[in-house]
Design a protein around this ligand. Structure first.
Ligand SMILES: Nc1ncnc2c1ncn2[C@@H]1O[C@H](COP(=O)(O)OP(=O)(O)OP(=O)(O)O)[C@@H](O)[C@H]1O
Ligand SMILES: [Mg+2]
Length: 314
């Protein structure tokens, strides 16, 4: 595995306030990595530190081995950042805005016009490319900001609340683009968001941040396994199951019967791998299995469980 972003004990204080507190992370190349946390958790500060825009008080951050504090220019050549409230030159057109940034990033002059046109098309802005940005809607400005973050074809993309303030349609478009970028190979996405549904559908792994500290890191599956040892599974039968089904299931290792309906049973299994054996046993005892559904925990349930755990510990 190639590490794209690495932070080690990364800390930043502002006076008495510790905005980022001993954050150690490893983000792999090609991953969509989410950072979740309430307002003031330190998400935006973390992005600034990793991009070498802010210097750490302690610890360090690197992108593909380049140190953010010492080699900021090299880091920023590899990264694209969609900031929290992107601003544009409103008296220039979309095309002029992108052209300006393409040159700023040092794209070879013969490539500039083509790259700009390509990004405008990718983000559905070609029809309005020669209109002044001052007249763009919020969603169009956000798409232009994404196009700008990608103008130099960065390997690592940082997105700070990319869909904040967008309507459902525009949010979906932006999310589809993010997914497309990640799937098109080798590009790593570091996504800060408050939208747990969005994070659940986009992220391979997430880190939960609160008051500058990481509370937990992992995939949804890993986090639910850390939180809850057992997975609930519901089994529905075509007709009421014979008593033998219940006796055998209750005797199985790693299975706990928690509820019994007329044609359904709810079990708790120690791990999902037990489910096929559960089904085999029910069928062997003449249970007419209609549907088996392991219930996944949602990122929202995980988020609140972790945040509540923190409050309880305080
Ligand atoms: N330049 C600064 N000067 C002083 N305090 C700052 C500065 N930048 C950030 N902070 C403080 O650091 C803490 C973390 O801020 P940050 O913007 O990183 O949070 P965030 O997780 O991005 O929040 P939000 O979800 O509201 O965007 C906050 O308490 C903020 O006030
Ligand atoms: Mg922020």
């Amino acid at each position: 595995m190639v590490s794209a972003i690495c932070t080690d004990g990364l800390t930043r204080t502002f006076g008495m306030l510790t905005a980022v507190d001993g954050v150690s992370l490893d983000v792999e190349e090609g991953e969509v990595f989410g950072v979740l946390g309430p307002n003031a958790a330190g998400k935006t500060t973390l992005i600034r530190l990793i991009n070498g825009v802010l210097t750490p008080t302690r610890g360090k951050a690197s992108v593909y081995g380049k140190d953010a504090a010492r080699e900021g220019t090299a880091v920023r050549a590899m990264t694209g950042v969609l900031t929290e409230s992107p601003s544009h030159y409103e008296r220039l057109t979309g095309r002029q805005n992108l052209t300006f940034y393409a040159r700023l990033y040092g794209l070879p002059e013969p490539d500039v016009a083509g790259s700009v046109a390509g990004r405008l098309t990718l983000f559905g802005l070609e029809a309005r490319a020669d209109d002044l940005v001052g007249g763009y809607s919020k969603g169009m400005k956000q798409r232009l900001a994404l196009a700008r973050a990608l103008i130099h074809d960065p390997k690592v993309l940082f997105l700070d609340e990319p869909t904040a303030g967008l309507d459902p349609e525009a949010s979906r478009q932006v999310n589809d683009m993010i997914r497309g970028l990640a799937e098109s190979g080798g590009r790593t996405v570091f996504l800060c968001t408050h939208n747990l549904h969005e994070a659940q559908s986009l992220c391979d792994r997430v880190a939960m941040l609160n008051q500058g500290r990481i509370l937990a890191t992992g995939s949804i599956r890993e986090l639910s396994e850390q939180l809850w040892q057992a997975t609930p599974v519901e089994i529905e039968f075509l007709t009421p199951p014979p008593e033998a089904v219940l006796t055998h299931l209750s005797a199985m290792q790693g299975v706990t019967l928690i509820d019994r309906g007329d044609v359904s049973l709810t079990l708790r299994v120690s791990q999902k791998e037990v489910v096929p054996a559960v089904v085999a046993s029910a069928v062997a005892n003449s249970g007419r299995v209609l549907r088996v559904s392991p219930r996944e925990y949602s990122l929202e349930e995980i988020y609140f469980a972790i945040q509540r755990g923190r409050e309880a510990a305080e």
